[in-house]
Design a protein around this ligand. Structure first.
Ligand SMILES: [Zn+2]
Ligand SMILES: [Zn+2]
Length: 91
């Protein structure tokens, strides 16, 4: 069976039947969403990060290519993305 290593727990996860762009939750990790993505000809996993808006608490998805220092907008305000201890936040 095709499998990849979960970024959260290091367990092998079964990706049979999944294709590029598909998302799933790791069975071993709480609240971790993984997306199957193609990189250098092979399939790999990336973690779908989420942040909550400091103003309205709405949960936003961090865009695929976002990095610390990027800005995101919510409820008409602009926030800066920070990355600490393996998690993103807005400030
Ligand atoms: Zn996991
Ligand atoms: Zn907001």
């Amino acid at each position: 069976m095709p499998s990849l290593t979960c970024l959260g727990c290091g367990e092998e996860v079964d990706i049979s039947g999944l294709k590029e762009g598909d998302r799933f939750e790791c069975a071993h990790c709480a609240d971790l969403t993984l997306e199957l993505t193609r990189q250098e000809g092979g399939l790999t996993l990336r973690q779908v990060h989420r942040v909550s808006c400091p103003s309205c608490s709405q949960v936003l998805e961090v865009p695929k290519h976002a990095k610390a220092g990027d800005t995101m907008t919510c409820c008409g305000r602009m926030f800066r993305l920070t990355y600490e201890f393996g998690a993103y936040a807005l400030e």
